[in-house]
Write a protein that binds this ligand. Structure first.
Ligand SMILES: Nc1ncnc2c1ncn2[C@@H]1O[C@H](COP(=O)(O)OP(=O)(O)OP(=O)(O)O)[C@@H](O)[C@H]1O
Length: 644
């Protein structure tokens, strides 16, 4: 196999052995470009640079045109002042090295001295103001990036979260891409300021003597080479240790998360986890130390080369001086200018290297915005046509993105105003999928779901959901007060009457009654005085959430799975009660509780296989009768007849 330059470089490095054979990770899909960072040619970095700088400037301008203009203006002015200091220096030296008595020469140099002093002071003031504006700009860009990302991701179609590529892109953009936005702006300004600085120095030296420009270039090039090389070594180091660093990250995460804290203790995992962590961390440390030596050597080589070229340049200056081709004042100024140019180029190369790294992460952030834009639906239609009279599903087919088999295959049934319709069936038969289609969260692949005869495709989904009270199977509590957790979008402006009614109907009033600050308690222990709820208590809050809405339709998906027998009975009574003003779609496995439903829809493998009342379905002796008899048998007490 052909050995690459990187392999050869690696084999020259003394590398400690890892503590054990490290597992092979799948190629990092989070930062795919991480692999190529160490070997990317400098010319490719240079070719991409102008476009990336322009992108960074566009973001800065959007965040704050005023601060962007100020930062750029101040930095350019400061670079011009630096050049005028050089020009003044030429004037000073010219006068000082002229013929005549010393006091007179000093007097003649005085205007240039004053000019240089003023320029130095003004430059310091400008730099301070620029740093302040740069800090302001950075915060504004970060805020803009954050709000853009959140705004874009929350607008995408729900099924986008079933696409692993999109979820990965969101993770990447949110995890680091977002935070690189501010850093990028800082480096962009540095690049602009240093470039202008170098141009200014170059112009001054060209005016002083045409031969000085190639001399300046010859002096600064080795410095640029050394800095670029050092930056590339840094990338390589990152790549070499990326597997170990990912392992360390996983260990840190496992040892410090609340989710794993109980198991870590229950299985006495603390000591082995700490031992593994320490071994890995030592390996990283030793690998870094080995590389630090190489880095220093590279730097030293670069500096030595630069020193040699500088020496040659100074020798050339002396030679021109002795030959009378260059006045002493010009040579003195050139000496200072060369030093300034070198330092500016060193800073420029470092800024470019840091900018390039930040821009790679930032491109992940931009990608999320692009992907989100492609997945954002254009709002269509208006509100649902009038209060719900009939909701109808006709031959509905639906497959989840990437799924092998359809979740729904030709589902048809209807809900009429004031009815309680129960949907039952084995696990995975498609019950929850039906409810998400009715809520307009997904659209059918074929067939229609219609509200009073109007296809949901022609109704604004947000307006539709204002009319639906949902008790979701996979509900989550929000890190917010109990009041907001029930009233949701209405939050702290909740209608107190409706709120208390919803709490009473769901049994959540007992839960809230025990909270230290009642409805104002935050339902998350990570907050001071926050509360943790049991599974059943959480479900009561979720039920109250569904009952709080001023809804035409209540969709209750397994609303009692975690409830005790009292609470379950109470909630079913409440749903019956709620159905007097609204229609109820009840999804449940508790068949004893669906006997009271006006109609029962039985699903199996994505199809409706039976429909009817409890008695009709039992008489029919199909799937429902079978499921019901299995559950009823479990409750039978030998010798005791069922009461009804
Ligand atoms: N997000 C998803 N992505 C891919 N497939 C899914 C997704 N959600 C559900 N499915 C599949 O769709 C089918 C129907 O699932 P659904 O959740 O609607 O069933 P269910 O009848 O509500 O099940 P349960 O009684 O277990 O709650 C199942 O085969 C399930 O694996």
């Amino acid at each position: 196999m052909r050995r690459t330059r990187t392999d050869r470089a690696r084999s020259r490095t003394r590398r400690p052995a890892p503590p054990w054979e490290l597992p092979e990770f799948a190629k990092s899909k989070y930062y795919p470009w991480l692999e190529e960072m160490g070997s990317i040619p400098v010319r490719r970095v240079a070719a991409r640079l102008p476009g990336q700088v322009a992108t960074a400037l566009r973001w800065a301008w959007r965040a704050s045109p005023r601060d962007t203009a100020t930062v750029i203006g101040l930095n350019v002015a400061s670079a011009v002042l630096a050049a005028s200091v050089l020009a003044a220096l030429a004037g000073i030296l010219n006068e000082l090295f002229a013929e005549g008595p010393t006091p007179e020469r000093i007097r003649a140099a005085l205007p240039s001295l004053v000019l240089a002093g003023t320029a130095i002071t003004a430059r310091a003031a400008l730099r301070t103001a620029a740093i302040r504006s740069q800090g302001r700009l950075r915060h504004q860009v970060e805020l803009l990036a954050e709000t853009e990302l959140l705004g874009a991701v929350t607008a995408v179609r729900l099924e986008s979260f079933d696409e692993s590529d999109f979820c990965d892109a969101v993770y990447r953009g949110r995890d680091r891409g977002l935070h690189e936005a501010g850093r990028m702006i800082g480096y962009t300004v540095d690049i602009l300021a240093e470039t202008v600085g170098i141009i200014a120095v170059a112009s001054v030296v060209t005016v002083l003597h045409p031969v000085l420009l190639p001399l300046l270039a010859a002096t600064v090039l080795p410095v640029g080479w050394a800095a670029a090389r050092s930056a590339r070594m840094q990338y390589r180091r990152m790549r070499e240790l990326s597997t170990t660093n990912r392992l360390l990250y996983i260990h840190t995460f496992t040892m410090t998360q609340r989710e794993t804290a109980a198991e870590l203790r229950a299985y006495n995992m603390r000591t082995p986890m700490l031992a593994d962590y320490t071994a890995l961390a030592r390996y990283v440390r030793d690998s870094l130390l080995a590389i630090v030596g190489r880095q220093t050597a590279a730097r030293a080589t670069g500096e030595a080369a630069s020193g040699a070229v500088t020496l040659a340049t100074y020798a050339a200056l002396v030679w021109m001086l002795l030959g009378g081709w260059m006045p002493l004042a010009v040579a003195g100024t050139a000496y200072v200018a060369l030093g300034q140019g070198k330092a500016a180029l060193d800073r420029l190369v470092n800024a470019v290297a840091s900018f390039y790294e930040a821009s790679l992460y930032f491109s992940d952030f931009l990608e999320v915005l692009d992907q989100a834009r492609d997945r954002t639906p254009t709002p269509v239609g208006g509100p649902p046509p009038g209060p719900l009279e009939e909701l109808r599903l006709d031959d509905v087919h639906f497959s989840y993105p990437g799924a092998d088999a359809p979740a729904l295959r030709g589902v048809s049934f209807r809900l009429r105003k004031g009815e309680v319709v129960a949907v039952v069936g084995p696990n995975g038969s498609g019950k929850t999928t039906v409810s998400t289609l009715i809520s307009g969260l997904f659209a059918p692949d074929r067939g229609t779901v219609a509200w009073n005869g109007r296809d949901l495709a022609d109704i604004d989904p947000e307006r539709l959901r204002e009319r639906i009270g949902a008790m979701r199977q996979n509900h989550s509590l929000w890190p917010a007060t109990a009041r907001r957790n029930v009233a949701m979008a209405e939050g702290e402006t909740a209608d107190e009457g409706r709120l208390h009614r919803a709490l009473a109907l769901s049994g959540a009033d007992e839960v809230v009654g025990e909270l230290p600050r009642g409805l104002d308690t935050v339902l998350d222990r990570r907050f001071k005085d926050g509360a943790d709820l049991s599974g059943g208590q959480r479900q009561r809050i979720a039920a109250a959430r569904g009952l709080y809405q001023r809804a035409d339709l209540i969709i209750a998906d397994e609303p009692t799975a975690a409830l005790d027998a009292y609470a379950e009975q109470r909630l079913f009574d409440s749903l019956q009660h709620a159905a007097r003003g609204a229609t109820v779609l009840l999804i449940t496995h508790r068949l004893a509780s669906v006997r009271m439903a006006d109609r029962i829809v039985v699903m199996d493998r994505g199809r409706v296989v039976e429909q009817g009342t409890h008695d009709e379905l039992v008489r029919r002796g199909g799937l429902y009768a079978e499921l019901y008899s299995i559950q009823a048998a479990a409750y039978e007490v030998p010798g005791v007849e069922e009461a009804s």
